[in-house]
Unconditional design. Structure first.
Length: 256
């Protein structure tokens, strides 16, 4: 008699971690925003689906797997915001990592190191691809806040992977001059002499985003605009102000 044992906690934890990594990797490859709440919800749904497949092998049909992966992508990125490219990349990565799981034969000792290596390699390959494709490109930004509008040109930088830790959206780093038209007199004065964190925290609508670069780390004052248009396409991003920025703005890679 063939008896199958399913360790529920192992299936849930492993698939939850893998699905969360897929969401983050897809976001980085396609420059599409996600919120951590939606990413966690998507990963939980994927883990529960994996458990259901383990308990009922009939659900492992490729068509069911395709619909479940597509559903996870929609949950993670939102039906309104997800792009066709992001959906296809998520499906492709899901299939690749599912194949990795099959090769490992269900052994955690084999799967976990293989998954980490594959994640690292995919990140390097796609980052190199994006760097060759868009690094040095320019985006035309139009930002609206409080009835005011500012337009500026931002340099695309694949090294800018900064995200708002609360909203999960990309961060565009701007010089003070680029966004001065969006600020009132008090805001401009505080940001021009930025140094006192408590002064920024008293500004309405502003938050502090932690960052780390080569030989430097700290916080950047930032705000969420009412709307942002990049090359004529509406996007979601946070605007951070760096008084020491020598360029008008440094943009993450945008799906435009």
């Amino acid at each position: 008699m063939d008896m199958r044992y399913v360790y529920i906690d192992e299936v849930l934890i492993l698939n939850f971690a893998m699905d969360l990594a897929l969401v983050i990797l897809t976001s980085r490859i396609c420059a599409v925003a996600y919120s951590m709440r939606r990413a966690l919800l998507s990963s939980a749904a994927g883990a529960l689906w994996a458990l259901a497949v383990s308990l009922c092998p009939a659900l492992s049909h490729p068509l069911f797997s395709l619909f479940s992966a597509a559903g996870m992508a929609v949950i993670a990125f939102g039906l309104r915001d997800i792009t066709a490219r992001a959906l296809l990349v998520f499906l492709a990565l899901s299939a690749a990592f599912a194949g990795l799981g099959s090769i490992s034969g269900g052994s955690l000792a084999v799967f976990i190191p293989s998954f980490l290596c594959a994640y690292f390699v995919y990140s390097l390959v796609f980052r190199a691809f994006l760097h060759n494709k868009v690094s040095g490109s320019e985006y035309s930004y139009t930002v609206r806040r409080g009835g005011r509008t500012a337009s500026f040109t931002a340099l695309a930088d694949t090294g800018n992977t900064l995200r708002d830790p609360l909203r999960g959206v990309p961060v565009t780093i701007c010089s003070l001059d680029a966004v001065r038209g969006l600020l009132d007199r008090e805001e401009a004065a505080v940001l021009s002499s930025f140094g006192a964190i408590d002064a920024v925290e008293r500004l309405r609508g502003f938050s502090l985003i932690p960052y780390k670069s080569v030989g430097k780390d700290g916080f950047l004052p930032a705000f969420m605009p009412e709307s942002v248009s990049v090359n004529g396409k509406s996007v979601r991003c946070v605007i951070a102000v760096d008084p020491d920025c020598t360029l008008a703005a440094v943009s993450p890679v945008q799906e435009v």
